[in-house]
Design a protein around this ligand. Structure first.
Ligand code: PA5
Length: 446
């Protein structure tokens, strides 16, 4: 089971800039109010809490077909529809395309150079395209889908639809309509599940099965942490404690940056997934905390100086891996050179763990708050726990802040300007607004 160690957030350990037990005790009513919203399912978007109990046989059936007939699996999607699958891929099958088949491509950004490269590598006749969009109307995903549909038609003629799987809303949206009309295989993203809370739905589970990872393990992990994170008692519930501590550091100590630093290359994408979840859910009405993705030990050599001595505006969240599953020992070479020889006989996992622990301690000694999530092993079970833990913690923190953690109104505004510029019906006024703004910008150009 993953574990939260928050000693380095507390006054007893880091001094006056820490949180006191008394403050946490006095905060219990707020925790209870947020808890009641969760257990009372006050928001339909809390449907993500039910994902660990969902049936997965259709996902497995489609994944088996894909493994049997595809050399390439290409995901088209953006935001929550891409970051979750990427986090699973990189955590559970690092360097996948060099080692295993089918090769996986996740095309999210509409950068033409990237798509050209992908198209130059894959044989479309041996490719399954998984187009993922909850709304079914996101411009980036719609554009890449249109391109792939056209290319697939050229390659496969009337059989083109057989090479697609659409993962989208069960009922509504353009993608659902198109998929039904063209007899594509489809997988549903439950009505109340928002993009960034969708990783444990078919959005992430199909990819997981395609790369040979048992999706039931992800769900089992999520189910087990769910039990622990359902306790109304703050001191027993790691997701509530995580959210409460970051919230209090923000409101009481004016720390509004949360650095996420897993000590594993393969969790870098998890860190990016978390950043989207935290930023898009909580950054509203002038409130929220800025997440900042990072990876250890690498960023000790690029960012740590700032965290230690720069502005006192951060909380550092470590993810510590207890067992890396593999290890390499550092050989006894260069015996006469003490600058190197002290490393002999140790292992790489020993070194990375020592660095993680030392960094926690150094920050704490300097009065810089940090907390640690310990994970026993990087596997599907514990990754499922991390996903679900962070989702519960984020929704809970949104309720503490008093905002809606499930919408993204300002992202929608940007989308509407894009629709206007691309000539979508009903968005003429948005186009005009962009053009007027452009004229203003011209005056201030050098
Ligand atoms: O979390 C969210 O809702 C967003 O980040 C979406 O995932 C993103 O905008 C893509 O939306 P959709 O899945 O509807 O294409």
């Amino acid at each position: 089971m993953i574990e939260l160690n928050f000693s380095n957030m507390m006054e007893e350990v880091i001094g006056v800039k820490g949180i006191t037990e008394k403050l946490l005790e006095s905060f219990k009513n707020r925790v209870e109010e947020a808890h009641l919203q969760i257990v009372g399912r006050k928001w339909k978007e809390l449907e993500f809490l039910e994902l660990p109990d969902k049936e997965t046989s259709e996902i497995k059936r489609i994944a088996k077909e894909i493994r049997g007939d595809s050399d390439n699996f290409l995901i088209l999607g953006i935001g929550g529809s891409a970051l979750g699958p990427r986090a699973i891929l990189e955590a559970l099958s690092p360097l996948h395309n060099l080692l295993k088949s089918p090769r996986i491509f996740i095309y999210d950004n509409v950068d033409p150079r990237t798509l050209k490269q992908i198209l130059s590598i894959i044989d479309l006749k041996k490719t399954t395209v998984n187009v993922i969009s909850k709304s079914g109307s996101t411009a980036e995903t719609a554009a890449s889908f249109m391109i792939l549909w056209d290319e697939m038609k050229k390659a496969m003629g009337n059989d083109a639809a057989k090479r697609f799987v659409a993962t989208t809303d069960p009922e509504s949206g353009t993608l659902r309509k198109l998929a039904t009309e063209n007899n594509m295989r489809t997988l549903p993203i439950g009505e109340g599940i928002g993009g960034r809370y969708s990783v444990l739905s078919p959005v992430g589970l199909l990819l997981s099965e395609v790369i040979g990872i048992d999706s039931d393990e992800l769900l089992k992990g999520a189910k087990d942490i769910h039990r622990k994170c359902s306790d109304h008692e703050l001191w027993q519930n790691p997701a509530y404690m995580f959210g409460s501590l970051l919230y209090l550091m923000n409101t009481e100590e004016k720390r509004d940056i949360n650095v996420m630093i897993p000590y594993a290359d393969s969790l870098k994408s998890l860190s990016e997934w978390f950043c989207q979840l935290w930023a898009e859910s909580l950054g509203k009405l002038g409130l929220g905390m800025t997440p900042y993705p990072s990876v250890g030990t690498t960023d000790q050599h690029s960012q740590l100086q700032l965290w230690m001595e720069g502005p006192e505006d951060k909380v550092v969240i470590f993810i510590r891996i207890n067992n890396y599953g593999v290890d390499i020992s550092i050989p006894g070479v260069f015996e006469d050179i003490e600058g190197m020889h002290y490393l002999s006989g140790h292992s790489l996992s020993g070194l990375i763990k020592a660095e993680e622990e030392s960094t926690e301690l150094a920050l704490a000694k300097n009065g810089r708050p940090n907390l640690t999530i310990n994970i026993p092993l990087i596997d599907a079970y514990h990754l499922g726990q991390l996903f679900h833990f962070f989702e519960i913690a984020t929704a809970f923190t949104g309720f503490l802040i008093g905002i809606n953690p499930f919408n993204q109104p300002s992202v929608e505004e940007g989308k509407n300007f894009t629709y206007g510029m691309m000539g979508k019906k009903g968005f003429d006024s948005k186009k005009l607004e962009v053009e007027q703004a452009r004229d203003k910008k011209v005056c201030w150009k050098i």
